[in-house]
Write a protein that binds this ligand. Structure first.
Ligand code: GTR
Length: 419
């Protein structure tokens, strides 16, 4: 007993972590009132696109200071080096390259490695860009694809217990990324390991791209989700230089914590022409005020490095947040955005993810668009595709070929791609 008390004294977070019981009962979702995405803080209404430009700035600012933290502008230098290239990948239909991007600033350097598949095509290809969880080699059977030497989460399937990726993971995530279907349908895939941008543990923000900036940290400083999103923009900088890539048609996508990063990347960087959130949940597409499944308090206690320090102010205090996640979706308008849930992934609050999309509609409507095309959450495995796409797939947490298939359909619809 004494040792338990001592442990709790040293790690009070254990107490919270043990006590947290998620609410999965819709009837117990508290009454909540969402901020109006089209009302200024002083109550005045947004009536025009010019007003929205101002409101967008106000909204973005709140997400920066209160939720994700403020990311620095990139003023460094990027060096690129192709470390492997194959002209006849994916059954001869694609070009595959792995490229090292060195981000250099004030004598510091961070290297990230991007794996790119591009259809062999005479025209520029649209590309889906997303971070991966266990390294580029998990997308490919080919030895040429490098095994990352960055920190990875302990996982028997993909690596070893010493936080290192290993050959064990090679090719294991290939299906999830549906590379072959992408290529057959005229899309490229670009991916990189998220831990190269920022290792996913609480290191006092000393590692990864945070280290490029020696700023005094404060409660509005950027967290790990913002660092991952920032890295996606650096890859976008690179993709824009490739003549095989259609820089006007780059979709940013991500699953779970990387879905949060994809949404934040899409919000701050409007070069991303399409944004895809796969099971992003709390701090992603799900409405914080619903407190269904994972909550703000829980996420901040278990992942203290993900968000701005200021986000802690809203632990068990969601109604005080000046924004909620429907406004994050609204920041994408008028660009197409897709929100996907898994019906058994209650932790991520599928309904709350759907509602975020629905409640962003007024902003899409201001642009003469519809946004989410239905008012009720669709049945399982019944995707809907308006300016906002949505599906709740059967099964749980994961990015599956089914999900990718819908994203390609969504891109076909908006980009009219027919190889
Ligand atoms: C969970 C976390 C979620 C989600 C998920 C993931 O532990 O609570 O917010 O991000 O991890 O990234 O797989």
């Amino acid at each position: 007993m004494r040792s338990i008390c001592l442990l709790l004294l040293i790690f009070p977070s254990l107490l919270f972590a043990q006590e947290f019981i998620p609410n999965y009962d819709e009837s117990k979702v508290p009454d909540y009132q969402l901020p109006d995405p089209l009302a200024f803080e002083n109550g005045e209404k947004v009536n025009s696109l010019a007003d929205w430009e101002k409101k967008r700035v106000e909204t973005l600012r709140y997400f920066e200071t209160e939720v994700y933290g403020i990311s620095p502008a990139w003023d460094g230098e990027m060096k690129t080096e192709i470390i492997s290239e194959k002209q006849n990948a994916v059954g001869g239909k694609a070009i595959r390259k792995e490229v090292k991007l060195s981000l250099i600033r004030q004598g510091k350097q961070v290297d990230i490695y991007v794996l790119i598949y591009l259809p062999k095509s005479s025209s520029r290809s649209p590309v889906f860009l997303g971070l991966n969880f266990y390294g580029n080699h998990t997308l490919s059977e080919h030895q040429a694809i490098r095994v990352t030497d960055a920190w990875i989460r302990n996982n028997e399937t993909y690596g070893s217990s010493d936080n290192r990726a290993s050959e064990k993971g090679r090719g294991k995530r290939r299906e999830n990324w549906a590379v072959e279907e992408a290529i057959n349908r005229g899309y490229g895939i670009a991916t990189l390991y998220y831990g190269e941008l920022d290792p996913d543990f609480d290191d006092g923000f000393e590692n990864g791209v945070h280290a490029l900036y020696q700023e005094e940290r404060n409660e509005n400083s950027w967290g790990a989700v913002a660092a991952w999103a920032w890295g996606l923009s650096r890859v976008m900088d690179y993709l824009e230089t490739l003549r095989e890539v259609d820089g006007e048609k780059v979709a940013v996508l991500g699953h779970s914590r990387l879905g949060k990063a994809a949404l934040w990347a899409g919000a701050i960087d409007t070069r991303f022409a399409m944004v895809i959130s796969n099971n992003s949940g709390c701090g992603g597409a799900a409405l914080s005020r619903r407190r269904y499944g994972e909550t703000v308090g829980r996420i901040n206690r278990v992942f203290p490095h993900w968000f701005a320090g200021k986000f802690d102010h809203y632990n068990e205090n969601e109604d005080a947040l000046p924004v909620d996640q429907h406004q994050l979706i609204a920041l994408m308008a008028p660009r197409p955005v897709y929100i996907a849930s898994g019906v058994d992934d209650r932790w991520a609050d599928p309904k709350g993810e759907f509602l975020s999309g629905l409640y962003s509609n007024p902003v899409y409507q201001l642009f003469g668009k519809t946004g989410m095309p239905v008012n009720e959450q669709p049945d399982v495995d019944q995707p809907v595709m308006g300016d906002i796409g949505y599906h709740v797939r059967s099964g749980g947490h994961g990015m599956l070929p089914y999900d990718m298939h819908q994203y390609f359909n969504f891109a076909d619809k908006h980009w009219k791609v027919h190889p």
